[in-house]
Design a protein around this ligand. Sequence first.
Ligand SMILES: *Cc1c(COP(=O)(O)O)cnc(C)c1O
Length: 392
Amino acid sequence: MANYKAIAEEICTILGKTYTERVGLHEPHFAGNELKYVSDCVETGWVSSVGSYVDRISEDLSKFCKSPYAIPVANGTVALQIALEELGVESDDEVLIPSLTFVATANAVLYLKAIPHFVDSDVESLGVNCGKLAEYLENIAEIRGNECWNTKTKRRIKAIVPVHVFGHPVDMDPLLEIAKRFHLGVVEDAAEAIGSEYKGKPAGTIAPLGTLSFNGNKVITTGGGGAILAADKAQGEHIKHVANTAKIQHAWEFRHTEKGYNFRMPNLNAALGCAQLEILPKALEMKRKLQAAYCDWFSNFEDGEIFTEASYAKSNYWLNAMILKEESFELRDAILDSTNAKQIGTRPLWVLMHRLDFLSKYPKMNLSTAESLEKRIVNLPSSWFLVDKFGL
Ligand SMILES: *Cc1c(COP(=O)(O)O)cnc(C)c1O
């Protein structure tokens, strides 16, 4: 491991043999009825907040994710906001979220004037480290009635948001047990995890509430969009109501029952999504092939390995990740520099939430694993159509 530059060059060679043009980290791919369905919206004039594709994407998602309720919304961030609000998160409540996540998870908490409280991750799932979390809560939390209170900050800890990072499912059984023991509501942030499974169950449906994103960089896209998955009828219907300005269905009267949001997914976006959902099974198959190819290409690489799903999980492999060994962390920037210089779109992990200036004041546990992972992860190009380009 003496010569970092040489090793970075070797990685470029491994990737470069397959990449002949610029490749992004994750690009959308339209291979089905996208144009047909979107044109249909324009031709019929149904482009906005109501239309047949909005109803259809809701049904199709519900079927695909085996979730009784699937409510399409404007994006994955507001999906989280509305799900947390449904759980009863109020201003000044603490919400446990991993520091290792995309900033949207923290923003959704802030929109409710609640307090993000950062928890550590583990190396097997890249998600919440349940062992460490249980020990931490035993030290700082006190149960009063059926509420959990932080004895240090004197605030209520209301909920936890496990994030399925890069599509890899969190170990949900121990997490749900902790949630039950400490009376915490749970929203799964499955923004990156459509099609992933935990012990055979679709990600986003293991807890009573889960959220998805259909942003352009996710496995499938609606341009911008998201959804809430709900198991419970009352919750599902209430979320749909609130996301749709809390208007009572009526032939001509406009009556609203409470503070509602305009978080609807427009029909135009839903049309794109319906077509993308049709090809999702194929996309998932291709993504697994790509991950297997990465494992193969890097099988002799001594300084790190390609992340592979845990035994309980089936991952959608949204983003492939090279995890460098602890002693090889200095390689990260050399790899990022040389690959990007060759038009290979690699990138590091997000800067951890607790290290962002505007979030640094919020409570956190010891975050040693997340901090170690931050130094050692390089995401590799993961668009599913690369499988065709590589002739895999
Ligand atoms: C993409 C993403 C979101 C937010 O989704 P948007 O549709 O971009 O608002 C939330 N959480 C995670 C982990 C994400 O990756």
